[in-house]
Design a protein around this ligand. Structure first.
Ligand code: SF4
Length: 482
């Protein structure tokens, strides 16, 4: 019998990576084997992102590219999954002139085997985009490739309705998985050899399992697997509280890295974005974090050129960046998304040229800050999780600090998945370089970082972009960041 295979390209955020693992699990149970080869695949899916216009453009371009594949493999079922499927629905089938057989939104993945069969039997396109108030895929064990880092999706959807964001419309209302099932999954992952787990949600701080909040969940996971690092993303400043800070500070295996999107430093713009916090509130959280965890690393998201943003507003964003001194930032031009409140009610009145100029300004500023922060690390020590070969050569390997910084080092006896102590010897704005200090694997997670005391007065060469690298998530199937 012909082997049934499924090929998936994943675009966008870590939630989509986690969802791809759910899709693979559902299809694996139905007899499909994942493949990393598009050519010859029985099912060819794209798990898509709709957060920005260029994320959707990438998918349209890729679908164009798949036209040849579909011609060569007329029996293959081509599907668009994820946020773009939810956002554009029938338009995808119409616009791609029949290349796409299936359009399936993020809450309908259980139906995939049935939808595939129906499409094959009738030769008609299928569409399933109903959003659910209860679906969490709690009972589905994701189909994960071997590796050392795993994602666990702990809640789905978002109720915040930021005016620029499509997520509440593409992923629906907030709902949480049970704390017990998540803690159990952590234990299973540890038994399978994973050494780092990232808890995922659009707004993890809204996690609620019958009164147990996100801090309770984080503490339960940290206790369940004391020798595995726990990370999480993403937080919303409105709900980020002292209890969470105390929980992070009191567990060595909860990474001291916080991604806390600010989006803008101007209260006027924050209000227009419906972010539901002020700059003062945000800075109050930062103060509390720094007090409890002086070595914690912070990163953020910034949108440049939102509707009516003035130069004064822009300067306020820059001043927040200087005050917080983020280790990294995801920085983007505002791109209006159809069906959002900002698209419907606010004028996108900052020219593309001006947006790009402002974006460039904050990228340069962030590079300077990152370079300065990384230089302070020189002479200091970190416990890193060894991730494998560096991209550049076979002798140098890379690992990650609990503050989410990549460290390049000569391999010596290091093996993937070990926690090793490292001394930082030099730094650029994007990367630390170091030497192993110990010769044996550390079986447990040691207290996090001690930054160096050496103060340098010269900045190194500044790279062209600042971002925190993706987690080392060794899926064979492609993941394309938007
Ligand atoms: S918090 Fe705002 S930006 Fe984040 S997913 Fe929800 S609506 Fe979108």
């Amino acid at each position: 019998m012909e082997k049934k295979t499924v090929y998936i390209e994943t675009y966008g955020c870590q939630m989509n990576v986690a969802d791809t693992e759910i899709v693979l699990s559902v299809l694996h149970k139905a007899g499909y084997t994942p493949t990393s080869e598009l050519e010859g695949a029985t099912l060819a899916f794209m798990n898509t992102c709709a957060i920005r216009e260029n994320a959707e453009e990438k998918v349209w371009n890729r679908l164009e590219h798949w036209r040849g594949f579909k011609k060569r493999n007329p029996d293959a079922v081509v599907g668009v999954l994820g946020c773009m499927a939810e956002h554009l629905r029938k338009d995808i089938i119409k616009s791609s002139m029949s290349i796409v057989d299936l359009v399936v939104g993020p809450d309908e993945y259980r139906k995939l085997p049935t939808l595939v069969d129906a499409t094959r039997a009738t030769a008609e396109s299928g569409i399933a985009v109903k959003l659910s108030r209860t679906e969490t895929y709690d009972d589905i064990m994701p189909f994960r490739a071997e590796g050392i880092s795993a994602f666990i999706s702990v809640m789905r959807g978002c109720d915040k309705f930021c005016t620029f964001c499509v997520v509440p419309y593409t992923r629906g209302r907030e709902r949480s998985r049970s704390l017990t099932s998540i803690a159990d999954e952590c234990k299973q992952l540890e038994q399978q050899g994973f050494r780092e787990i990232t808890l995922l949600g659009q707004n993890v701080n809204s996690y609620d399992d019958e009164g147990k909040d996100f801090s309770d969940l984080l503490a339960a996971c940290a206790r369940a697997v004391p020798n595995v690092r726990i990370r999480y993303t993403t937080s919303h400043p409105q709900d980020f509280d002292q209890k969470l800070i105390d929980t992070m500070a009191s567990h060595d295996n909860i990474c001291k890295y916080i991604h806390l999107p600010i989006q803008s430093g101007s209260d006027r713009i924050l209000k227009l974005m419906n972010r539901t916090y002020t700059r003062d509130h945000y800075m109050g959280i930062i103060e509390k974090i720094k007090l409890a965890m002086p070595n914690a690393a912070m990163s953020t998201d910034i949108i440049v050129g939102f509707c009516t943003e003035t130069l004064d507003d822009h300067e306020m964003t820059k001043s927040v960046m200087r005050e917080v001194e983020y280790e990294g930032a995801y920085m983007f031009n505002y791109s209006p998304r159809p069906n959002t409140k900002a698209y419907d009610t606010l004028a996108d009145d900052v020219s593309l040229e001006e947006k790009s100029r402002r974006l460039n300004e904050i990228i340069v500023l962030q590079n300077e800050i990152s370079a300065r922060k990384n230089l302070i690390e020189v002479g200091g020590e970190h416990t890193i999780l060894v991730e494998g070969r560096s991209k550049r050569n076979e002798i140098e390997w890379k690992g990650r600090t609990d503050t989410n910084k990549t460290v390049i080092f000569p391999r010596l006896d290091a093996e993937v998945g070990e926690y090793r102590r490292i001394c930082v010897t030099r730094a650029t704005s994007a990367t630390l370089f170091g030497q192993l200090m110990d010769q044996k694997e550390s079986k447990t997670i040691m207290p996090h970082s001690d930054r160096g005391e050496v103060i340098y007065d010269a900045l190194p060469h500044v790279g062209s972009a600042v971002s925190i690298d993706r987690q080392n998530h060794a899926f064979e199937l492609p993941v394309i960041n938007s």
